[in-house]
Unconditional design. Structure first.
Length: 384
């Protein structure tokens, strides 16, 4: 097989889709029947994968700002998209004997077969949880990609069925390839994590953790409500630590975090560097992730691989990712969430069982498996 993979999503600091693209690019190189693997950047081929500090990764913020401004005006958005598509199409026009993979919702004009990864449908089914310009831009690009694609890829079986139903695609033309946690997520003893945690004024085993964007889809107001209902002594002993970028429409959530901080049982760290994030996981007492909707839910696997019990929701893909290793409840059920958080923080027998099951669940997923499943999709697309 001859494959072109877009590496445009690989930007630093890394996003979830960037991590997926990077790991896929690394592991596809070991697939025996991929005889050629070329990487395509913004508008041209690149010799290697972007790395931190690489100039190829620097223009992303400018491009993102331009897209956000243009996306507020449908006419300007269409002009911008057409120009970008024209430039990418010209760069790819002589490569019709390759299969092109767009790992981030988008496909450029391409003369050969192509596949695109649709990570979730939230801009279609939950547009109120995104900025208007993001909804407009992604919808336009997905609509174009659907006209181009030979097959679609999703991160989970739940999303596979959701995408096929929503767009009216035959299920055999939509396939899933599960993601995985990184090798950097593994158990660490208290002595190892203590020096790094000290920089954040944290102690090993002394906090509950949430990581992810601070935005409505993550259901953080209900998480704060549930945590706030815990006995005061438990909250003081294991404060809730939140880490991640401030996303869109987060004013109410930030206000609630500020109130909890003043009361002494929560703290927002902001963005945590990639090098420190595995240590933050490994040092936690419990990981809480009661999201309203996920295309996969990678932090659940990262916590399990780190030896940390997980409380998550029964929404979307999360039961598929968590299996029977996590405590789960409906994302709207604050009362049950409070009970599960208390159990996760204070019930040693449950914690031991959850940690053991979590290790077993996390081992079911690997980036090698993801690459192999993706390569199988390539073969099917090329055979059509």
């Amino acid at each position: 097989m001859k494959i072109i993979l877009s590496v445009q999503p690989i930007r630093f600091p890394m996003t979830g889709i960037g991590r997926y693209t990077l790991e896929l690019a690394r592991h596809l190189q070991a697939i025996p029947d991929i005889e050629e693997l070329k990487f395509f950047g913004d508008e041209h081929f690149v010799d290697g994968l972007p790395v931190p500090g690489n100039s190829r990764s620097k223009p992303a913020s400018l491009v993102t700002r331009i897209k956000h401004r243009l996306a507020r005006n449908p006419v300007l958005l269409d002009i911008y998209r057409k120009r970008v598509h024209d430039r990418r199409g010209r760069a790819l026009k002589d490569n019709g004997d390759y299969l092109y993979h767009g790992p981030n919702f988008y496909l450029p004009p391409f003369p050969g077969r192509s596949v695109v990864t649709i990570h979730d449908l939230s801009v279609f089914t939950m547009p109120e949880h995104h900025p208007v310009e993001r909804v407009m831009f992604i919808r336009k690009e997905v609509e174009f990609a659907l006209k181009q694609a030979t097959m679609l890829i999703t991160d989970a079986e739940y999303t596979r069925h959701e995408v096929a139903d929503y767009f009216g695609w035959p299920l055999d033309k939509v396939r899933s390839a599960a993601l995985a946690g990184g090798a950097e997520f593994y158990p660490r003893d208290a002595e190892t994590v203590a020096p790094i945690l000290a920089r954040y004024d944290l102690k090993p085993g002394g906090y509950g953790l949430y990581t992810g964007t601070i935005e409505p889809r993550k259901n953080l107001i209900r998480l704060l409500d549930a945590y706030g209902r815990l006995p005061q002594a438990l909250r003081q002993r294991f404060p809730l630590i939140l880490a991640g970028y401030k996303g869109w429409n987060n004013e109410e959530t930030v206000a609630r975090i500020d109130k909890a901080e003043r009361e002494g049982w929560a703290r927002y760290l902001g963005f945590v560097p990639d090098a420190d994030l595995p240590v933050l996981f490994a040092g936690a007492r419990l990981f809480a992730f009661p999201s309203l909707y996920e295309g996969f839910g990678l932090p659940v696997l990262e916590a399990m691989a780190s030896g940390i019990p997980v409380v998550t929701s029964t929404s979307s893909t999360l039961p598929e990712v968590a299996g029977d290793a996590a405590a789960t409840c409906a994302p709207e059920d604050v009362e049950t969430l409070t009970s599960l958080l208390a159990q996760g923080l204070d019930d040693d027998q449950w914690r031991r069982n959850a940690i053991e099951k979590g290790f077993a669940q996390a081992k079911k997923f690997s980036w090698q498996r993801c690459a192999e499943e993706t390569a199988a999709i390539y073969r099917t697309a090329l055979a059509r």
